[in-house]
Write a protein that binds this ligand. Structure first.
Ligand SMILES: NC(=O)c1ccc[n+]([C@@H]2O[C@H](COP(=O)([O-])OP(=O)(O)OC[C@H]3O[C@@H](n4cnc5c(N)ncnc54)[C@H](OP(=O)(O)O)[C@@H]3O)[C@@H](O)[C@H]2O)c1
Length: 290
């Protein structure tokens, strides 16, 4: 009989990819907000639901919304994670919870390791960090996986928005002084396979494509890939702007949050491919589908 995995966030960028890509080997119980609302007590909503592992890819992810909705963000990103962790302990199963690079303040000059001190500078980062802490307090076997700049085919995001602009406008811009590593959802769904049941490590783990870049470099890579696919673009160069010039941002963003994935590689023997390869593949597939 197939092992049963409950995945929260089935309509999200990462959750949708996990639901689809893990279905080859596992029985997937895909849960969206309609089936499990994280603003409501968890226990009663999962009463009749059985699973061998739970993956939480649901969260309040809009950084600026969180800044203005502290109480709701805390409930969704922290308190509910604690309840999920406790419920999993009672059921004797592990919880894999997705977290973020925004737990760091961004002042580092080299990639962040799992043991580096987390000092979030936004409500989003603070509530996500609290979520990790509460989860691991319920059981040290649970796993909080920090990712960064998530992109993939299931929900439009930064790359899609940037390429739409490049198709329609003569000049496009992106922030050039904020750095992280993109995380391709399709790759993530493969990376976590050994961590599901075979290597039941607990604690914190960093996981993203290798290397690091500015938002502008990320955008320029997507533009180059689209040009290779013969996509008609009005803009070919992505011009730099600074993080400080973003007057519409409500929450502070950390300037540098590249994550080191050595721990993941040591545990699994897997090495995430460079972010450029992942972005290029994503763009190729996007336009071969179109
Ligand atoms: N996106 C990034 O660049 C990024 C970077 C670092 C870390 N992460 C982390 O990665 C994980 C996945 O992110 P993502 O990019 O897939 O985010 P996403 O596309 O915004 O998906 C989040 C999902 O959470 C669901 N959700 C929000 N509030 C909920 C509630 N009250 N009850 C139940 N479900 C709720 C949303 O449901 P609806 O579809 O109904 O709104 C959505 O499907 C999150 O933990 C996030 O913190 C993301």
């Amino acid at each position: 009989m197939k092992q049963r995995i409950a995945i929260l966030g089935k309509n999200g960028r990462l959750g949708a990819a996990l639901c689809r890509d893990l279905a080859d080997k596992y029985e997937i119980l895909a849960l969206g907000r309609a089936e499990l609302d994280l603003t409501r007590p968890i226990r009663e909503q999962l009463q009749c639901v059985e699973f061998d592992l739970l993956i939480n890819a649901a969260a309040a992810t809009n950084v600026d919304w969180c800044e203005r909705h502290l109480s709701e963000a805390s409930r969704i990103n922290a308190r509910s994670v604690s309840e999920l962790g406790s419920l999993c302990v009672e059921r004797g199963v592990r919880c894999l919870h997705v977290s973020t690079d925004y737990v760091f303040d961004g002042s580092a000059t080299r990639p962040y390791h799992e043991e580096d001190r987390a000092m979030p500078i936004s409500v989003y980062g603070k509530t996500k960090l609290l979520g990790e802490e509460l989860l691991l307090r319920t059981c040290a076997d649970h796993l909080a996986i920090r990712v960064s700049w998530v992109f993939g085919p299931d929900k439009s995001g930064f790359v899609d928005m940037l390429l739409d602009r490049a198709m329609n406008e003569e000049s496009v811009v992106a922030i050039d002084d904020k750095f992280a590593a993109p995380t391709y959802t399709v790759d993530f769904a493969q990376w976590i396979r050994p961590l599901l049941f075979d290597l039941p490590v607990g604690g914190i783990l960093h996981l993203c494509n290798s290397g690091g870049c500015s938002w502008r470099e990320y955008a320029q890579c997507a533009v180059e890939a689209a040009r290779q696919e013969k996509v008609r673009l009005k803009a070919r160069e992505v011009h730099p702007i600074s993080l400080g010039s973003m007057e519409t941002f409500v929450a502070r963003r950390p300037a540098y949050t590249v994550l080191a994935t050595d721990k993941f590689s040591k545990i699994t023997g897997l090495f995430p491919r460079p972010w450029q390869d992942a972005v290029t593949e994503f763009v190729q597939k996007k336009y071969s589908r179109a």
